[in-house]
Design a binder for this molecule. Structure first.
Ligand code: ADP
Ligand code: C5P
Length: 242
């Protein structure tokens, strides 16, 4: 079976032998996406897993935009170079290694001289607030996870993180949250929750959900290993899956 060709964009494509298993992890800012990804990666230590952050594909700001950075909307889909994210993901799926940009949240720029080398893997995780927004990116995912954490908890974590790690002061965090982050969550992030296969309440605190997800990934990867030994196993298994 080929990847889903249906007009229904919520369908998840079949996981084909000899291709990596692609997982999308979305959710609001500071919902615990990275934490959930790290926990999945830790539990899958015996497989080759790579994490690709949508944040790495933020467009760098030009001098005029930098001067008026408080008016820049980092939560709008146009803030990302989605074409580049798509190209990178497709290369990884086809088994090629890629150079992922390194983004600096303090300078609002990408590093001009260094990249992160990411090699081909068994599992690719795409993580970011808007990874379900573009249908072409969404359609590459075999499993979509939405991390669902209350907005007050997310705001509290964001204040702590942005003031301690991203060089912001509390007033600018609160202003940005009210002006851009919250409205964009309502307009773009929350509506993309409908594409999720799995919704994880409370993020990294939810060990049961993470164990279940890891079990599912292991089952899928195990089926592929079986296909490598018995090439017909895929056909037999597909027939009986109904
Ligand atoms: P996201 O990737 O969605 O922005 P992170 O996983 O980076 O979220 O978490 C955002 C902040 O909240 C980080 O500083 C992290 O340490 C903290 N955090 C994440 N999950 C928890 C949790 N379950 N309990 C307490 N703090 C958490
Ligand atoms: O890690 P997290 O998912 O929270 O990262 C996305 C958030 O980073 C967005 O909500 C956006 O407001 C913020 N951001 C920022 N400054 C940048 C780039 C992104 O505050 N230069």
């Amino acid at each position: 079976a080929a990847a889903s060709s249906s007009a229904d964009s919520t369908l998840t494509p079949d996981f084909l032998p000899n291709q990596p298993f692609v997982i999308g992890v979305s959710g609001g800012t500071a919902s615990g996406k990275t934490t959930v990804c790290d926990m999945i990666i830790q539990q899958l230590h015996d497989h080759r897993v790579v994490l690709v952050n949508q944040d790495s594909f933020y467009r760098g700001l030009n001098p005029e935009e930098l001067e008026r950075v408080h008016e820049y909307n980092f939560d709008h889909p146009d803030a990302f170079d989605t074409e580049q994210l798509l190209e990178c993901t497709m290369k990884l799926i086809s088994g090629q290694g890629v150079h992922v940009p390194i983004y600096d949240f303090k300078k609002h720029q990408r590093s001009s001289d260094s990249f992160r080398q990411v090699n081909a893997s068994d599992v690719i995780i795409l993580e970011g607030i808007l990874v379900f927004h573009d249908q072409r990116v969404r359609d590459l995912m075999n499993m979509k996870i939405f991390v669902d954490t209350d907005a007050d908890v997310r705001l509290a974590r964001r204040i702590r993180r942005d003031t301690m790690e991203r060089g912001r002061d509390i007033n600018s965090v609160l202003e940005q949250y009210a002006k851009f982050v919250k409205p964009a969550f309502d307009d773009f992030v929350l509506p993309s929750k409908k594409y999720a296969d799995v919704i994880i309440p409370r993020g990294g605190d939810n060990h049961v959900a993470i164990d279940l997800i890891v079990q599912h990934i292991r089952t899928k990867l195990g089926q592929h290993d079986l296909c490598k030994i018995y090439p017909n196993a895929y056909v037999i298994q597909s027939t009986f899956q109904i």
